[in-house]
Design a protein around this ligand. Structure first.
Ligand code: UTP
Length: 301
């Protein structure tokens, strides 16, 4: 069966970005000029996904509006002949998007369970806004290609520093099936570095078979007292094969402040409107910081 549907959970509280996320979903925070959720939607479309469900929380309105037409803005830009801006505004309309609300943020597993009636009995992908992926073939497409060959669930993973395992779901790999695909013994949510079975962390792309919903329905809260998708995947792996695919491209973690800032700078250095100013500015900043450090060293001597 062809994979046609994607689910984007965007109902978390986004506490790492407070106060910015008090009244706005963190998925609407922009990297230079584009909300992170738009990067995710673009990856889904570039992968051949047809229908996208966004699971939202209380701050649903801006996400819905962002992907809707804005007649007033469009006619204003048209009347001023701002065709480039008009193109940017129109790019985000006409996508087959659906919305469901998760009233209580009980965890990622619970957010995915809200997609049950949208997904039905089909394989589907889950895409998290915390991770922006750069690769020649979009990661979601790579997972979909895996499904065509295996008809099995495949979870994207990536090597992370050992001390960071407690921030991720970690796999206990069994064997390499091909260059980048593993069969998996266990999926463990947020293990401490002492207990982590590997440094291969689940990153925000999952291809799942619909059997995950039966498991999620009975899933008890796990780490952080949240209903964890990783725990449900661990159970799924006991009854059907679940593979892990190592991502070889670049992952930008925009889920915390430092990652978000780094990604903004890196995208800014590629952005046609700001790159020519940003690069000399960064060089200048580095020179000033070096001079300031040297002055401090001299004072301390
Ligand atoms: P995170 O673990 O990043 O949580 O969720 P969060 O609440 O958004 O952010 P912090 O940690 O408080 O800063 C991973 C993804 O799962 C979604 C989030 O929106 C995010 O995209 N999520 C999480 C839900 O949709 N519902 C939940 O109950 C929890």
């Amino acid at each position: 069966m062809k994979v046609r549907k994607a689910v984007i959970p965007a109902a978390g509280l986004g506490t790492r970005f407070l106060p910015a996320t008090k009244a706005m979903a963190k998925e609407m925070l922009p990297i230079v000029d584009k909300p992170t959720i738009q990067f995710i939607v673009e990856e889904a479309l570039a992968s051949g996904i047809e229908d996208i469900l966004i699971v939202t929380g209380k701050s649903k309105r801006p996400i819905e509006d962002h992907f809707d037409a804005n007649v007033e803005l469009e006619s204003n830009l048209k009347s001023k002949n701002k065709t480039d801006l008009l193109k940017l505004v129109e790019e985000t309309t006409g996508i087959r998007l659906f919305f469901v609300r998760q009233s209580y943020p009980k965890g990622l597993g619970d957010a995915v369970l809200h997609a049950r009636s949208f997904v039905g009995n089909e394989p589907f992908v889950v895409m998290l806004g915390d991770d922006l992926m750069q690769s020649e073939v979009p990661l979601t497409k790579q997972l979909m290609d895996n499904y065509e060959q295996t008809s099995a669930s495949t979870i994207a993973v990536m090597q992370v520093p050992h001390e960071d395992t407690s921030k991720y779901g970690i796999i206990d790999p069994e064997a390499l099936i091909d260059d980048t695909t593993y069969s998996v013994k266990h999926f463990v949510e947020k293990p401490s570095p002492e207990k982590a079975p590997s440094d291969l962390a689940i990153i925000g792309r999952y291809l799942l078979t619909p059997q995950i919903f039966d498991i999620l329905e009975n899933q008890e809260p796990g780490a952080g007292n949240e209903i964890q998708l990783t725990d449900a995947i661990e159970t799924l792996n006991k009854t059907q094969r679940v593979f892990a695919k190592r991502f070889e491209g670049i992952r930008h973690d925009v889920g915390d402040k430092f990652g978000f800032l780094k990604t903004s700078i890196e995208y800014g250095l590629e952005h046609p409107e700001v790159k020519d100013n940003l690069k000399p500015y960064l060089y200048q900043l580095v020179e000033e910081m070096k001079a300031s450090d040297a002055r401090n060293d001299n004072t301390n001597d």
